[in-house]
Design a protein around this ligand. Structure first.
Ligand code: MN
Length: 196
């Protein structure tokens, strides 16, 4: 059994104002993530998944049509926790050199990330990942899908489901992406993931 308290927001719900409102974070974490946890608990009750870790549930249910609901709810818990930890209030750290070296410049990285996030059709996430060949890449995943089942190590995630931004930005996803890249990314979190 999982609990929302195991996946706390790393800051208060008003910490990211004015870029993300308290209302959005209260709903996003306190309602959406809470629902994924409730759903997963019901789905794994009295199954072998009851006593394994969240990542093991994701890895073992991936690609199995009969376990799609288990995968979706488990991956959504993981993806949200990763997304929320990639942001901080009044972040002051600089973008890591490895990203500048890989993408050419800070601006080129942001342009590529924004282009991917803007073009993602429907719901999903845009990620910075390290792939199997140790190359940094920007990739999109649809719906609840997650890079960890494709042997890619997540470095940074942006949730572009409409529930992530609609209350604050309405249909203007591009403005939300700009706020994320220019004001919200916790580059210390990114640097830590790059080192691991
Ligand atoms: Mn979300």
């Amino acid at each position: 059994m999982f609990a929302l308290s195991e996946f706390p927001l790393p800051y208060p719900t008003d910490a990211l104002v004015p870029f993300i409102s308290s209302q959005t974070l209260e709903t996003h974490h306190g309602k959406h993530v809470a629902t994924y946890i409730d759903n997963l608990n019901k789905l794994i009750e009295n199954t072998p998944y009851e006593n394994v870790s969240l990542v093991e549930i994701i890895e073992q249910s991936a690609g199995k049509p009969a376990e799609q609901k288990i995968f979706n709810n488990a991956a959504q818990i993981y993806n949200h926790d990763f997304f929320f930890h990639g942001m901080c209030p009044q972040c002051e750290a600089k973008i890591p050199d490895e990203i500048i070296n890989s993408f050419g410049s800070e601006q080129q990285f942001k342009d590529q990330f924004k282009s991917a996030a803007t073009s993602l059709f429907g719901s999903g996430y845009t990620w910075l990942v390290r792939d199997e060949d140790n190359v940094l890449r920007i990739v999109n995943t649809a719906n609840a899908d997650t890079p960890i089942v494709y042997n890619m190590k997540p470095i940074l995630a942006l949730d572009v489901w409409e529930h992530a931004y609609y209350l604050d930005y309405k249909n203007k996803r591009a403005d939300f992406i700009d706020s994320f890249l220019d004001n919200l990314v916790d580059w210390n979190f990114v640097a830590e993931n790059l080192r691991q």
